[in-house]
Design a protein around this ligand. Structure first.
Ligand SMILES: Nc1nc2c(c(=O)[nH]1)N[C@@H](CN(C=O)c1ccc(C(=O)N[C@@H](CCC(=O)O)C(=O)O)cc1)CN2
Length: 307
């Protein structure tokens, strides 16, 4: 696709939807990051990502494993902290303090969700904002609200940033478009609403949630729908217009009765996807972009620290 070509959100659905290919886009971003990491290393600076993983949840283990594989691909050093499900608040806070003080760790994340007995907000607030690779520290979320920080000057939450970047790199113009974000969670919906309404994106955003009245009417007007509620096939074909752009963020594991195995299912019904002009596959859409934007935050932070 030509670099300057602008895409419309109204391509006839008869052609079938085009894919917002997160795997390929993340691959391109990782290539760019590998070059930036190499330049940092020439100056004696080695970016290092630490992950803090609590408990035995297989999905969290798999996501964290992926993050470290990505680090190896682009030359970022890896530090792993694994703690039992029974870890106390104080023990976890001690690990945070240790990473805040460790010069080899230039950025880190605490894999979410944490067990119910842990005060997640207190943990996120204890992270040094300069090492906050997830962009979830209140200082960094506050910077997002203020919208006075330029590109790379403050970390952005990875999934929202990944969604905006995925659309941007597929030349999908959001100026003036009606974007409906389903879900108001702190890792996706709420920060995505802020990001989409920034002047450089300029979309009109509706953040829909369990309190939304007449969701069908809200969805029927949308040029773009981002579904991040984790309810399998929640977005149905009769709710969206032809040519809509659909981003499927939700991840549910449902039993496939044919195979007897669990299979990953998104929030978008396949027949809704068939009406779209563009759709992000799930898997292979927003997930890989989430991982790529984490690396962007790590490299940005290392460059800022070295400036
Ligand atoms: N500290 C954080 N915790 C969590 C975050 C986060 O951004 N920061 N987001 C999610 C989990 N997550 C990253 O941590 C994540 C989820 C999914 C993927 C991904 O690549 N998914 C694949 C499918 C993988 C599969 O088969 O399960 C895809 O979409 O292609 C990456 C990262 C919650 N916790």
């Amino acid at each position: 696709m030509a670099e300057t070509e602008q895409q419309t959100t109204q391509a006839p659905a008869a052609q079938g939807p085009q894919r917002l290919d997160g795997t390929a886009t993340a691959g391109a971003i990782k290539g760019e990051l590998a070059e930036r990491v190499a330049r940092l290393k020439e100056r004696g600076i080695v970016p290092g990502l630490a992950t803090v993983l609590v408990g035995d949840d297989p999905a969290s283990h798999s996501y964290v494993g992926g993050k470290h594989r990505d680090c190896a691909e682009v030359g970022i050093a890896s530090i792993r902290r694994e703690l039992p499900e029974t870890v106390s608040q104080e023990e976890l806070e001690a690990v945070i303090d240790e990473l805040n003080a460790d010069p080899a760790c230039t950025g880190y994340i605490v894999q979410l969700p944490l067990p119910g007995h842990i005060d997640t907000q207190a943990i996120l607030e204890r992270i040094d904002p300069d090492k906050d690779a997830d962009g979830l520290h209140p200082t960094n979320l506050g910077r997002l609200v203020l919208d006075v920080y330029g590109e790379g000057e403050a970390p952005l939450p990875c999934t929202p940033h990944g969604i905006v970047e995925l659309l941007r790199r597929h030349h999908i113009d959001l100026v003036g478009k009606d974007v409906v974000v389903l879900g108001r969670g702190i890792t996706v919906g709420r920060p995505l609403g802020l990001l989409l309404s920034r002047r450089d994106v300029n979309a009109t955003v509706t953040l829909a949630h369990t309190g939304t009245r007449d969701l069908d009417a809200v969805l029927s007007r949308a040029d773009v729908v981002v579904a991040a509620i984790g309810v399998p096939h929640a977005v149905r074909p009769e709710q969206v217009k032809d040519g809509v752009v659909l981003l499927d963020v939700g991840v549910s594991r449902v039993l496939d009765t044919a195979t007897g195995k669990k299979r990953l299912t998104g929030d978008v019904h396949p027949e809704a996807a068939a009406k779209a002009s563009w759709v992000s596959p799930n898997p292979g859409g927003v997930g890989p972009m989430t991982r790529a934007m984490l690396l962007v935050n790590v490299v940005d932070a290392a460059e800022r620290a070295a400036a």
